[in-house]
Design a protein around this ligand. Structure first.
Ligand code: ATP
Ligand code: LTN
Length: 329
């Protein structure tokens, strides 16, 4: 039998997870769980690349783990752990730093976007993609399911791994590849369809959090910007509507073309009302599981402790192999 593919992905505990995280990433992690060897990580060391309140960060780490479980990750089938519980990530990141060029990092768009307009930017934010490469490479990862915004970072991880392999031997690191779904890989902000929906974005009307209650979801969708015109059509020249149709399609599990067909001759108001109900219903099972997990916080803490333990032998084997190869054995 073929060896199972190793899957690794991560999410930052930087605030309330939103439907973009769900559609672009977590939903696909859950759907691909069967038949693969899965590792999912709450990447807290990534979150501190921008200032965090210590108490909020601690709460967000647990909250993000709950979201991952509620969205369908089964701790029996997948390893789930917190990045800072495994010191190998930071150690491998240092080694990879010494094999990464400044020029490569300056080309990363996320760094440019997050640093834009800020008076001071941490070295950690600049170096963020190298830590992400360490996360991925540490687990001999084959596939990295992410949203579209992370493609460039996974490609950098491939480049770094390739460089290390050509210098120290091709069996040093496994070369990963990003797995990005065509639809829903970039859900846009509800208040500005040119920007991606983000946890760290200002303005809570720009995103729908997975915890939002039905009335909040209805209000946010009602307020969502739309394009000029009045018909429900899908096209590049109607980015706001295309985004809403993508969200509809993801939650109703229906093709965009079929939705457009059904709304022929109907207006934005009716479409938005229905979209709100589709999202409310789609999130209901996740929210019900979140309620259960809220009532049993000890369970999540145990899952994370077990996860860190299960991750340990994989991480230490890779780190040991790399250190040996480069003469740090
Ligand atoms: P932050 O605003 O703090 O950068 P974020 O909302 O961008 O956070 P991450 O924790 O960085 O979320 O991302 C977790 C996963 O969700 C990644 O795979 C990322 O590609 C995916 N993702 C994030 N935002 C979107 C989006 N708007 N559409 C689709 N996928 C997304
Ligand atoms: N950089 C990612 C989060 C992240 C990640 C990873 C994703 C950190 N390490 C490893 C996949 C694999 C983000 O900002 N969404």
């Amino acid at each position: 039998m073929d060896k199972k593919k190793r899957v690794f992905s991560g999410i930052q505990p930087s605030g309330s997870a939103h439907i973009g995280n769900y559609i672009g990433a977590i939903r696909n992690w859950a759907a691909g769980q069967e038949g693969k060897d899965n590792i999912f990580c709450v990447v807290d060391l990534h979150a501190i690349t921008v200032p965090q309140d210590p108490k909020e960060l601690e709460e967000n780490i647990l909250e993000t783990a709950k979201i991952i479980i509620a969205a369908g990750i089964d701790p029996e089938k997948s390893i789930l752990f917190v990045q800072s519980d495994r010191p190998e990530h930071a150690e491998l990141a240092w080694i990879l730093n010494c094999h990464t060029q400044m020029g490569e990092l300056s080309r990363m768009t996320q760094y440019k976007e997050k640093g834009e307009g800020k008076q001071s930017v941490s070295a950690g934010l600049f170096d963020y993609p190298v830590l992400m490469a360490a996360d991925i490479l540490l687990y001999d990862t084959d596939e990295v399911p992410v949203g579209d915004d992370q493609k460039q970072h996974v490609e950098l991880a491939r480049d770094i791994a390739g460089r290390i392999n050509s210098r120290y031997g091709k069996d040093t690191l496994v070369i990963p590849k990003p797995t990005i779904k065509k639809e829903g890989a970039r859900i846009m902000s509800l208040s500005d369809p040119k920007k991606k929906m983000a946890k760290s974005a200002k303005g809570e009307n720009s995103y729908i959090a997975l915890r939002d209650d039905a009335d909040t979801i209805r209000r946010k969708i009602k307020k969502a910007v739309t394009d000029s015109g009045s018909e429900i059509v899908y096209g590049k020249d109607k980015p706001a509507l295309a985004n809403l149709l993508t969200i509809y399609s993801a939650f109703a599990d229906e093709k965009i073309q079929d939705i457009v067909e059904r709304y022929k001759g109907k207006g934005y108001a009716e479409f938005k009302q229905d979209l709100a109900e589709v999202v409310v219903q789609g999130l209901a099972p996740i929210q019900a599981r979140l309620d259960d997990l809220d009532n049993d916080p000890g369970y999540v803490v145990k899952v994370l402790a077990d996860g860190a333990q299960k991750a340990a032998p994989i991480a230490s084997a890779t780190l040991g192999r790399v250190k040996n190869k480069i003469g740090l054995g």
